[in-house]
Design a protein around this ligand. Structure first.
Ligand SMILES: [Zn+2]
Ligand SMILES: [Zn+2]
Length: 211
């Protein structure tokens, strides 16, 4: 399970994941662990420093920029720009030769081509579609890059598919179907199959066995 926001506070025990991996310490990503966790939790040192108050017993350190294997799935934490107070990472997740990159809150992505090169799917930040919510603070980008900017990153890195999750109120309260058509069109303009993620979506990452 990647991230556990406070709306998962009770439900995380029913989900009973084998491991939880955190992107950053914001409440909507980590405070679902306010009663502890049913499994080991992985986070960077910077994220753990902000989660001292949570009764999580099995705390594991996630290195930055170096892949580790958790139950046969490789996770590589890549530092991204989003918040100064709660430093965030995105995850390049690989199973065999197939990979996706997951960054639910992202303002800027350094080393785009290296980070996204060779992935099958980009799963990004759905806070805003076209309007930028990025600000500059202390020489760093903070906030949320619009979907259009993230699609540009995907295009320049040759990523064929993009999904957007963690959608902002404009999308959640808006007309989901129409907005999804818009995201699909924004993707198509860049040669990318794009769409908004919905609860319950399943993504088949493994290559199909050849007939
Ligand atoms: Zn955040
Ligand atoms: Zn968030």
């Amino acid at each position: 399970m990647i991230d556990c926001g406070k709306d998962w506070l009770r439900r995380v025990w029913d989900v009973a994941p084998t491991a939880i991996v955190l992107t950053h310490a914001h409440p909507d990503h980590a405070w679902g662990l306010a009663d502890g966790a049913p499994c080991p939790v992985y986070a960077t040192e910077a994220t753990w420093a902000l989660l001292d108050h949570l009764p999580i017993r099995d705390r594991r350190k996630m290195p930055r920029g170096k892949a580790i294997s958790i139950n046969g799935v490789k996770f590589k934490a890549v530092p991204i720009q989003h918040s100064i107070r709660a430093p965030a990472v995105g995850y390049r997740v690989s199973i065999g030769s197939r990979s996706f990159f997951y960054a639910p809150d992202i303002a800027g992505l350094p080393n785009r081509k290296r980070t996204l090169g060779g992935i099958q799917v980009f799963i990004g930040d759905g806070a805003v579609l076209t309007r930028s919510m990025v600000h500059m603070k202390a020489g760093q980008l903070i906030g949320h890059a619009p979907v259009t900017a993230q699609l540009d990153w995907c295009e320049s890195a040759g990523v064929a598919r993009a999904m957007f999750t963690h959608c902002g109120s404009g999308i959640v309260r808006g007309k989901a179907r129409q907005l999804n058509v818009l995201v699909r069109r924004l993707g198509r303009m860049r040669g990318i199959t794009a769409g908004l993620a919905c609860d319950g979506d399943r993504l088949i990452l493994a290559a199909r066995p050849s007939a």
